[in-house]
Design a protein around this ligand. Sequence first.
Ligand SMILES: [Zn+2]
Length: 292
Amino acid sequence: MWKSLLKLRHLAERFIKSKIGNGANTRFWYDNWTPLGPLLKLLGDSGPRSQRIPVNASVASACNNQGWILAPPRTDAAVSLHMYLSSIPLPSVSDSEDGFDWYVEGKPCGGFSTQMTWDVVRPRDSPKDWASQVWFKGSTPRHAFNMWIAHLDRLPTLTRLASWGLHVNPTCSLCSASPEIRDHLFIDCAFTASIWDLICNRLGYLHQPFSNWSGLMRWSKHRSETAPKVLRLLLVQALVYTVWRQRNNLIHNLQRIPPQTLFKDINRQIINSITARGHMKRFKNLMPLWLR
Ligand SMILES: [Zn+2]
């Protein structure tokens, strides 16, 4: 265990900084005590010789009462070091002992912080422009998760299962008219389209204003007076979740529920969401827009 931890020293190095007190316990060349990082890295292996400070010297031993006892600088890096040293008070025996703290992005954490540290060392991908449509404030977690999988087109549709070699009929179980792929299931399918019609009529549309998944994503981030973005996002996520659940219900339990009943279910989910989040600014005026 400790061997594994020691292997991570190079990761931890940049987070541990010394706050100089009397300078006795901080190593001049190895410890991280200036904004320039460990000085051995800054000036290289020739640093101790060119600055005439022994490699194991403490910060306290690199100065006397008059000032720092370094040799004149001959490189840009050494000039930077001299400039920095001239800007800080000299350590003195009357000062308190040196202290070490865990710093993340230049800020002391008052001890080790797992959350802040993980946040800066974890692998990061570039931000996705659709992320705010999936993980928005006020979303229903199970709807958002299902939406995330659907947007990545990773739901185990019958067409996908068949492509993995499973002996399943890939035809959409809701309409029996087309192969079950994501865009069909949530947009084209006659069963789903009749739910969309009820939703769109409620929002004042004569026709369903999108014909594929990217069109649906574009529509859901638009805003209008009668259909604010947050209402669109709630509706899209509730529909995708409800249709997927009904599709599973039909395949596994052979339970057929008409679109009108599912619309009532979505309606109830939207009302519950708006009621529960009424204290949030963007949810304040949604109820009259949805129940008009
Ligand atoms: Zn269908």
